[in-house]
Ligand binder design. Structure first.
Ligand code: FES
Ligand code: FES
Length: 192
């Protein structure tokens, strides 16, 4: 057993202590918000907070993480209300979204220690690769998150996770029942 705190809950992993933390989080704890990009420390898609520091979970073993406090994207906030999450949405700094959890984690660590980062500070602190090229928007979003953090600005809360089937039916009339046959379904959910 390897014990640690994950998203404010005590967790014992019954896995080989040499298992990368990334796999324990994704496959054993079902915290699939943390992404596997390269597995060798190049992309930062797998970043999590370890005692408040943004680290690549593919490079950390369970043994390395024993006794430490881990925060994944699922634990950054309960309702997407973290300033970084709000600013990423507000600045439309998300395209396919694969890199976004790792970027949000790295940015959260940055604005916590420096809520007024320059563009150079951001480029130095965010090593994350983004195939969609959101970098210019990312700088704006992280600086905006900094302003929210230091209470120089507010952003209205991001939408709640998921889509209510009734809302989907209003937006897409074909989903309102009849031939589409989806009325009353749970609406389905996909991997975060
Ligand atoms: S998956 Fe960890 S750095 Fe790419
Ligand atoms: S938004 Fe697609 S990889 Fe970054």
């Amino acid at each position: 057993m390897t014990a640690m705190t994950v998203n404010e809950r005590p967790v014992d992993f019954a896995l080989d202590p040499a298992t990368p933390l990334l796999w324990a989080l994704r496959d054993a704890a079902n915290l699939t918000g943390t992404k596997y990009g390269c597995g060798v420390g190049d992309c930062s898609a797998c970043m999590v907070l370890v005692d408040g520091e943004a680290l690549r979970s593919c490079l950390i073993t369970l043994a390395d993480a024993e006794g430490r406090t881990i925060t994944t994207i699922e634990g950054l906030s309960r309702d997407r209300s973290h300033p970084v999450q709000q600013a990423l949405v507000a600045e439309q700094a998300i395209q396919c979204g694969f890199c976004t959890p790792g970027i949000a984690i790295a940015a959260a660590a940055l604005v916590r220690r420096n809520p007024d980062p320059s563009e150079e500070d951001i480029r130095a602190a965010i090593p994350n690769l983004c195939r969609c090229g959101v970098y210019p928007r990312l700088v704006r979003a992280i600086q905006r998150a900094g302003r929210v953090t230091r209470r120089a600005e507010t952003i209205s809360a991001a939408p709640a996770p998921g889509i209510d089937p009734a809302d989907a039916a209003r937006a897409v009339p074909a989903m309102g029942g009849g031939s589409a046959g989806t009325e009353g379904s749970s609406g389905g959910s996909s991997e975060p």
